[in-house]
Design a protein around this ligand. Sequence first.
Ligand code: GLA
Length: 400
Amino acid sequence: MDTIPAAARNGGSMKDTLLKRFAEVFGDAEGARVYFAPGRVNLIGEHTDYNGGHVFPCALTIGTYGVARKRADDKLRFYSMNFEKLGVIESSLEDLKPSKDAGWTNYPKGVMWAFGEKGMKVPHGMDLMLFGNIPNGSGLSSSASVEVLTGYILKEFFGFEVSNQDIALIGQYSENNFNMVNCGIMDQFAIAMGRKNCAIFLDTADLSFEYAPIALEGAKIVIASSNKKRGLGDSKYNERRSECETALAELQGEIEIASLGDLDEETFEKHKSAIHSDVRRKRAKHAVYENRRTIRAVEALKRNDVAEFGQLMNASHVSLRDDYEVTGIELDTLVEEAWKVPGVIGSRMTGAGFGGCTVSIVKDESIDTFIEQVGKAYEAKIGYVADFYVVEIGDGPVEL
Ligand code: GLA
């Protein structure tokens, strides 16, 4: 079956390792089931998903593994192999409230809470052990991966009638209303709906989408993680979002639009003076132009014009740097150094920004040089190393 992630196809050894660890942590592994949900990378269409625009992300073969077992009572016992020092964190279905002390368990708890809010009260507790192989804090959506994984497990365990798209929406709802990050739908959608070797061209205005095969002949997707801690990222994210909302309200005084995604470049230029601040005008400009770039990028890909796709990726970065101002010296260094390497078709920051990682399309024969050259320049300028990952596009959530 091609829905099984590579690590598990590998003689099932990943599954055995996880079950063994689960037994060590929780006494035995009787009745435990093993699941996987991917991480994601966005190829183009950044900060457009909460502006009614298009995005073009794909699921990865790296992600989050979860071993889960139903309980007869309403206890919740959580354990993460990525945070072993925290030990087993206990809670219960009676206590589905966000708390700082709960750390990473706020993500699965948020999803359990969100199911309840949507009329699907979780009837029993569970033991849940996670193991993520998405690089920590890299902006490849480890939190959305945990959310979709949890939703998928709840559906499988308790027979809730939800589609993968519903799981994505519930995950986003929990992120917005439990973890208080006002994110759009891109991450959860890309993860829940992932398909091997395809990116998802999603119109966030109405959730219509199509799968676009990514057949990069002679090139690969390389992710560079800046290793910069996100820090104030979440509050800046919410700030950008509200700047766009205000700009939209100002434009709506002049033209009838439902979102910034309704505008093409010309119409925006004609009406942009309705926005009464330079900063907000720049933010809105990015949202409008980035959406159009995304549409054009997918058209280019359909024509097999990978060079044009790369140029649009580069332009996306410039816009995120100059107009949206979410890059910072770390991501700019990674991208600007990447642009210097022959064989780099395109390179840009990906995800929310303010740290996290970049995505580049690099010709096979240039990958080693790319990693060496960009890595050296980055360390020299920033003072610590970047990490590089050649990634593959994988499927959505699955039971192993
Ligand atoms: C984060 C959010 C997404 C999206 C991106 C920026 O990853 O979770 O919804 O807004 O940032 O494109």
